[in-house]
Structure formats: C-alpha cells, structure tokens
Design a binder for this molecule. Structure first.
Ligand SMILES: [Fe+2]
Length: 139
C-alpha cells in the first residue's frame, strides 16, 4: 500500500476528533495524514530531545536539531510540542514495510530557547517513488 492510499482513508467522526481544532485553511490531506501518521495523544511528559531510533536500528545516524520562533522571526517559542517521524532505511514508515503508522517517531517539547533535538537515522526515499527523503514535523 502506497502513501497515497494512506491519504485516502475514509474520514470518520471519531478519528477526526483530535484535529477538529485545526483551522479550515489546513489542507484536507494534512488532516488525513494527521489521522494515520500522528500517534496521539502526546505523552504527558516530554523532553526537548527525543531519540526515535534504537542503536540497533539499521541506517546512517542523523542528528536533527531545530529551533522554533514566533511569527516575528526572532522570539524563541519555549514549551511548544513537536512531533516528528521519518522513514526507515528501506523507505517505509510502518512495521513490516507498511506505509503507516510510523514506526520511527517521537514527541518533544521545545526548551527555554525554543530548541529541540531529534536523534534518528537518515530517512530513505519511498520505494519506487521520486520523493526526496525527508523528516515530517508537526508543531
Ligand atoms: Fe513523508
């Protein structure tokens, strides 16, 4: 099953509930991705650093670090919940070469300077697709 199929899941009222508060301008496919790709609810206790892979995970280690700023572009945003996920060394998100839910994911909360860290592996492209490897973030 490809990722496009993941975006085509039928919408159900109970599944939509965690994302009902998203503004109408958020694209419908982003809402659908939220349903299947974001593990929720977020854990009650979050740190600014979340290792999302074990040391035994195949793949090249990748250290992702970020800093979140307010719309003015200069004021750091502390205490913001960050969710991230990426594909494994074979280009799959889910267990056993499935598209979802993501196996390599983590939750963080930005520190006093708005920073977060995500030790992971270099994601691989989706098999058979021309999509560059990437890490997904939701704030
Ligand atoms: Fe992706």
């Amino acid at each position: 099953m490809g990722l496009a199929a993941a975006c085509g899941l039928p919408r159900t009222a109970e599944a939509e509930e965690p994302f009902d508060s998203l503004p109408p301008a958020v694209p419908r496919n982003a809402r659908r991705n939220g349903l299947v790709m974001i593990h929720h609810p977020a854990p009650a206790s979050l740190a600014s650093r979340a290792r999302i892979v074990s040391t035994a995970e195949p793949g090249e280690p990748l250290e992702v670090a970020g800093q979140v700023f307010a719309p003015n572009g200069s004021t750091p945003v502390p205490g913001l919940t960050v969710y991230a996920y990426n594909t494994d060394a074979q280009g799959y998100y889910g267990e056993n070469r499935t598209a979802y839910p993501p196996r390599l994911y983590g939750w963080m909360k930005t520190d006093a300077a708005g920073r977060f860290e995500l030790p992971t592996i270099h994601p691989r492209p989706y098999p058979g697709m021309q999509v560059p490897p990437h890490v997904h973030f939701s704030f």
